[in-house]
Design a protein around this ligand. Structure first.
Ligand SMILES: [Fe+2]
Length: 173
């Protein structure tokens, strides 16, 4: 199964959560409770991938927390084409993509592709494929990067190509 139309794990990069400091007060950002970072510069400095990304695009980082027994139902993001996520903590949650969930095909069935996050790994995420998060137990928190450029200006395929080139360049040298 070719999953990299939906998501891409960034290899050889580990998110260092030790430097992560967030504001206690969360704000409601498109229905998601997000805590902004106190020290975004320090978090960027700390990781080669984030350093490189910071030279390419303007972005904001935050930590999104969802409570247990919640479903963030299938949707395409209104404005975001692509984002980058790191799973920090969870107990029992599922992140699912489906290409067919909104098709009017008189079927109760749709295909599913699961993003099985490894903790502290970066994932490029295609926000224009219908996706959902089921959080069954415990609080779930992710570190999420949102670009200033909207879906018309920055798409998943474009950023995926750029990141793949960067990955190759880091292996060659
Ligand atoms: Fe979304």
């Amino acid at each position: 199964m070719n999953t990299n139309k939906y998501f891409l794990e960034i290899p050889n990069q580990e998110f260092n959560r030790k430097n992560l400091q967030i504001y206690e007060k969360a704000f409601n950002h498109n229905g998601l409770y997000t805590n902004p970072l106190i020290n975004q510069e320090k978090v960027i400095e700390d990781n080669p991938f984030l350093q490189w990304l910071d030279g390419q695009y303007k972005f904001n980082c935050g930590v999104i927390t969802t409570p247990p027994n919640t479903l963030y139902n299938f949707h395409r993001d209104v404005s975001r084409g692509v984002c980058i996520n790191v799973l920090l903590d969870h107990e029992n949650s599922f992140t699912l993509f489906s290409n067919k969930v909104f098709d009017d095909n008189n079927s109760h069935y749709a295909d599913l592709t699961e993003l099985k996050y490894k903790q502290n790994k970066f994932y490029l995420f295609n926000n224009q494929i219908p996706h959902a998060v089921f959080n069954m137990e415990g609080n779930r928190s992710i570190f999420s990067i949102e670009f200033d450029l909207n879906k018309q200006k920055l798409s998943y395929p474009i950023l995926k190509q750029k990141i793949k080139k960067w990955i190759t360049s880091t292996i060659d040298t």
